[in-house]
Design a protein around this ligand. Structure first.
Ligand SMILES: C[S@@+](CC[C@H](N)C(=O)[O-])C[C@H]1O[C@@H](n2cnc3c(N)ncnc32)[C@H](O)[C@@H]1O
Length: 635
C-alpha cells in the first residue's frame, strides 16, 4: 500500500539546493553549525492524543512516498562518496569531525573508566533529559538495565553521572550483550572488549542459550523471568555492521530494534525511561516503532548528541514516563508474534490508517531535520576533500578544541574519586592488554609448575557451569588470534607421525586425547574430550595437538591440571601430564557429568568462570599452546 503524505508544511532542501547553498557561501553557517551541534533535539508534541491500534502485524507492509523519496535523496548524497578512496575518505572525515577531540579531552582531564564515544554520547543524554526518573531519585533506589551493551561505556557514564552529581541513590544495574565468551558468536558481530564485563560478570545476562542474543525469544523470556524487579531505565544501543549495504541500514537493524523495544517494555516500571539508538526513520518498521513508543510513553524526543559523528544517521530516541504495561496489554500477544518466530513476515506492525496523521507529519519533519544536517555535513566534507588547504587544517583543529571544551563546560564534567568507580580496585581503562608472555622450551620441552597455573585442589565452589546453544563451529576464541588458520592437519591424528611417536612411548600408561576421530560438531568433540578424561582410569594424560579454543576446553584443562604437580608441553604439540591424583577432582567432574546427562538438548559452554581462565599464567599457557599448534600446522 502506498499512501502519499502531504509535505506542504515541511521546509526541505533537495540535494541540488544543498549543493548550491554550500558552494555559494562555503563558510556559510560554520559558527552556526557549531553552535547547533549540541542542539539537535526535537520532541514529539501532543502524543497524548495518539491511540494504539487494536491489532498488530495483520496487514501487508506499506511505505510512504515522501519518506521513501527522502531515503532516495539521502542515499543519492551518500553515493557521491563512491568516487573516493575509502581509506582516504575515512581519514578525511575523521580529521574534519568537529567532535573528534571530545573523547580524548574527557579522558585526559577527568579519567573516567572506559571512556569511549558511546560514553560521551550517553553522558549527553543524561545531562539533556531526565533519563533517571525523579521518582527513582525520591525513592533513593534506582535500577537500570542495558541491552546490547558491550563494552559497557553507557554503564560507566551512568555511574560517573550519579557519582559526580552526588545523587543519593542506591543503584543496581544489569546488562545484556552478545556474549564474547560464546565461541559460536562471530567476532564481526561482537565487541570483544571485556574490560568491564570480566570484573562485573554477575551483572551480565546472556539468556537461556548463553549467546546473549536479544533477538532470540528464549533469551527475552529468560531475561524477563530473571529480572524480578522492574527497572527505572532501559537503554538499547544495539547496532549491526551494515557497511556492505549502507543504503538499507534501517532494514538491517529493524528486527533488532523491535526486539530491544519489546524487551524494554517488558522490563520497565511505570514512570521509567527508555533510550534507544536508531538510524533513519524512512521505513514502516521504524515509523510503527516510534508510534508505539509515543503511545507507551508520556514524552518522546529524538536527540543527536554533539559527540555523535555528524556524518552518520544515528539518533537516540529518549522516552520518558512509561505509562505501564497495561497500555499495550491487549495487543501484546500479537506484538510478540514476530519475536517468537524469529523474524518479520511481510506485515507491518500497524495499519497505516490507524496511525495518527499528526504523528506522521511530525515524524516527517523530524526525520528531515536530522537528514538535512547529515546531508549538509557530507557535502561540506566533500567540498573540503577537494579543496583541502593547510590553513583549513589549523581552523579545523581550533574548532575541535572549541567543541571539546564546550562539551566539558556545557555538561559540567567533574572527576569522581576512585572508590566510586565501577571497579574501584583496578584501572580498567589501562587494563586491556594482549601481551602474552612467551614460553621457553629447553631441549624441546617447556615445564610448568601446576600451582603457578591453576588453583590446586579445587572444590565444587570452583564450578560455574553454563548451558546454552550447541555450536557446530568455533567462530571466535579468546585463546588465540587468527582463528581461521587453526586448521589442523593429519600429523596430529592417530595415523600421523606425532601421535604414533607418543603412542609408542607412552600409550600403555596414558590416556591419549587427540583430534583423531572426525566429529560432526564442535559440541560433540568437546563432549568426547570431557568423557575421555572422565572415564579414564590412568594417571597420565597426553593431549596431542588439540587446540584449546573454548572456555569449556580451557576450563576442563584447568581442573585437570589442578591434580598434577607439573605440566610439560612438548615442542611438537603435545601436553604431557604425569602422575596425577584424579580422585581429587572426581567430585568436580562428576558434577559436570551429571549436567551432561540432565540436559541432552543443550551444550555445556563453560564450567568455571571465564575470569579464572584469564588469570595471567594459565591464559599465557593456553595461548602459547594454541600458537604452537598454529605454527606446527603451517610447517
Ligand atoms: C555500539 S555497541 C554498544 C556500546 C555500548 N552502549 C557502550 O556504551 O559501550 C553495540 C553492541 O550491540 C551488541 N549487539 C549487536 N547485536 C546484538 C544482539 N542481537 N543481541 C545482543 N547484543 C547485540 C554488539 O555486540 C555490541 O556490543
Amino acid at each position: 500500500m502506498h499512501i502519499p503524505l502531504s509535505t506542504a508544511t515541511v521546509k526541505w532542501l533537495s540535494l541540488e539546493d544543498n549543493l548550491k547553498k554550500c558552494s555559494k557561501n562555503p563558510n556559510m553557517s560554520k559558527s552556526k553549525k557549531i553552535r547547533h551541534l549540541f542542539d539537535k533535539k526535537i520532541d514529539f508534541a501532543n502524543n497524548a492524543t495518539f491511540e494504539l491500534p487494536t491489532e498488530a502485524f495483520v496487514l501487508p507492509k506499506w511505505s510512504i512516498p515522501s519518506f521513501q523519496n527522502d531515503k532516495a535523496e539521502l542515499n543519492r548524497t551518500k553515493s557521491l562518496l563512491n568516487q573516493f578512496n575509502l581509506e582516504e575518505w575515512s581519514r578525511h572525515t575523521k580529521h574534519r569531525d568537529p567532535s573528534s577531540y571530545i573523547t580524548r579531552f574527557v579522558k585526559q582531564k577527568f579519567h573516567p573508566e572506559l571512556v569511549t564515544q558511546a560514553w560521551c554520547k550517553f553522558y549527553e543524554c543524561l545531562c539533556s533529559f531526565n533519563v533517571i526518573p525523579k521518582e527513582a531519585i525520591t525513592s533513593s533506589r534506582f535500577t537500570s538495565f542495558h541491552l546490547c551493551e558491550a563494552p559497557g561505556a553507557f554503564i560507566s557514564a551512568l555511574n560517573h553521572y550519579i557519582a559526580s552529581q552526588g545523587l543519593d541513590v542506591q543503584w543496581t544495574w544489569g546488562a545484556n550483550t552478545l556474549n564474547p565468551d560464546h565461541e559460536g558468536n562471530s567476532p564481526q558481530e561482537m565487541i570483544p572488549d571485556d574490560r568491564l564485563l570480566r570484573h562485573t560478570y554477575k551483572n551480565w545476562y546472556f539468556g537461556s542459550d548463553f549467546t546473549g542474543n536479544v533477538t532470540k525469544y528464549c533469551n527475552h523470556v529468560d531475561l524477563v523471568e530473571k529480572i524480578h524487579e522492574k527497572v527505572w531505565l532501559v537503554t538499547a544501543d544495539g547496532s549491526i555492521d551494515c557497511s556492505s549495504d549502507p543504503g538499507n541500514q534501517e532494514s538491517h537493524v529493524e528486527f533488532l530494534h523491535y526486539c530491544e523495544t519489546l524487551t524494554a517494555l517488558a522490563l520497565l516500571k511505570p514512570g521509567g525511561s527508555f533510550v534507544l539508538k536508531i538510524f533513519t526513520m524512512f521505513e514502516h518498521s521504524t515509523i510503527c516503532l516510534l508510534y508505539l513508543l509515543n503511545v507507551c510513553f508520556g514524552k518522546v524526543s529524538l536527540f543527536k548528541p554533539g559527540s555523535s559523528k555528524s556524518g552518520n544517521s544515528e539518533v537516540y530516541v529518549i522516552c520518558q514516563h512509561f505509562k505501564g504495561p497495561q497500555v499495550v496489554e491487549k495487543i501484546w500477544p500479537s506484538l510478540l508474534s514476530p519475536y517468537k518466530s524469529g523474524h518479520f513476515v511481510d506485515k507491518s506492525m500497524f495499519d497505516l490508517n490507524k496511525i495518527n496523521p499528526d504523528f506522521l507529519t511530525q515524524l516527517l519533519h523530524i526525520s528531515r531535520f536530522f537528514m538535512q544536517k547529515q546531508i549538509e555535513h557530507i557535502l561540506d566534507n566533500i567540498r573540503f576533500f577537494r579543496n583541502a588547504s593547510q590553513n583549513e587544517s589549523g581552523k579545523v583543529h581550533q574548532i575541535k578544541v572549541y567543541v571539546a571544551n564546550r562539551y566539558i563546560n556545557k555538561y559540567k564534567l567533574k572527576s569522581i574519586s576512585r572508590h566510586l568507580k565501577l571497579v574501584p580496585t583496578l584501572d580498567i581503562s589501562q587494563f586491556f592488554s594482549n601481551e602474552v608472555k612467551k614460553i621457553n622450551f629447553v631441549n624441546g620441552v617447556a615445564k610448568f609448575d601446576a600451582k603457578n597455573l591453576v588453583q590446586v585442589n579445587p572444590t565444587l565452589d570452583i564450578l560455574d557451569v553454563k548451558l546454552g546453544e550447541k555450536f557446530t563451529q568455533v567462530k571466535s576464541s579468546r585463546f588465540c588470534d587468527n582463528l581461521p588458520k587453526l586448521n589442523f592437519s593429519n600429523k596430529m591424528k592417530s595415523h600421523g607421525p606425532l601421535y604414533q611417536l607418543v603412542a609408542n612411548k607412552l600409550g600403555a600408561t596414558a590416556t591419549i586425547i587427540s583430534l583423531d576421530s572426525p566429529f560432526e560438531s564442535y559440541y560433540d568433540f568437546q563432549k568426547d574430550f570431557f568423557y575421555k578424561i572422565f572415564h579414564s582410569k590412568k594417571r597420565n594424560f597426553l593431549i596431542v595437538g588439540v587446540p584449546l579454543l573454548t572456555n569449556f576446553l580451557a576450563g576442563v584443562m584447568y581442573i585437570l591440571i589442578s591434580c598434577f604437580s607439573h605440566v610439560h608441553v612438548h615442542q611438537n604439540g603435545c601436553i604431557i601430564l604425569c602422575g596425577g591424583d584424579l580422585a581429587k577432582i572426581a567430585p568436580v567432574f562428576a558434577t559436570v557429568e551429571k549436567r551432561y546427562r540432565s540436559v541432552p538438548d543443550c551444550g555445556i559452554l563453560q564450567i568455571v568462570p571465564p575470569g579464572l581462565l584469564y588469570s595471567n599464567n594459565f591464559f599465557d599457557f593456553v595461548w602459547n599452546y594454541n600458537r604452537l599448534l598454529q605454527f606446527l600446522n603451517k610447517c
